[in-house]
Design a protein around this ligand. Structure first.
Ligand code: QAP
Ligand code: CO
Length: 168
């Protein structure tokens, strides 16, 4: 297993649109396991392949308290089944140290493939629905900071750019 470096805002590679996964092989399984290891090690609840500079439509999530409910979504898509909005204070491993309230549809039905390529469908609400939408956004080059004011986004950008200069 391996820990993978996570891209941080405003890295332009976070803006790439990911392509569908077409090959379900051992290499994909190793990538999935490395993504879980990286996510758990960083105290995350979700990680999209885009964040580790792999531009394939794949994400991992575990929103459980006990960190024992790993979920893999490959080539995910969703439809809104409950268009009432729910608000969460969202964070992101690619925007470390910053949290902002974001509103998203409350209930969704997700279609995806599992690590073997088998299709499945689940309904999600609450934090899971929010997390799935946040991670699918990554695959389309979108970040939660795109939903906040330009002023707040610019402040976050400046602070992170300063951090990056310090550690460069
Ligand atoms: C997306 O985010 C999410 O700033 C997943 O210093 C977050 O795993 C969906 C993290 C909240 C719904 C609600 C962020 C870890 C992890 C940080 C994450 C940090 C350390 C973020
Ligand atoms: Co994120």
């Amino acid at each position: 297993m391996a820990l993978l470096p996570i891209l941080e805002f405003p890295d332009p590679r976070l803006r790439k649109v990911a392509s569908p996964v077409t090959v379900f092989d051992l290499k994909l399984e190793v990538l999935i396991d490395d993504m879980f290891e990286t996510m758990y090690d960083s105290q995350g609840i979700g990680l999209a392949a885009t964040q580790i500079d792999v531009h394939k439509r794949l994400l991992v999530i575990d929103v459980s308290e006990s960190k024992d409910s790993p979920l893999v979504f490959i080539n995910p898509s969703f439809e809104i089944i409950e268009d009432e909005l729910s608000e969460y204070d969202e964070g992101c491993l690619s925007v470390p140290g910053f949290y902002e309230t974001v509103s998203r549809p409350k209930g969704i039905k997700v279609q995806a493939q599992d690590r073997k390529g088998e299709k499945f469908e689940i309904e999600a609400e609450g934090i899971l629905a929010t997390c799935i939408q946040h991670e699918i956004d990554h695959l389309d080059g979108k970040l939660f900071v795109d939903y906040i004011s330009a002023l707040k986004r610019q402040r976050i950008r400046s602070k992170l750019e300063k951090e990056h200069k310090k550690s460069a």
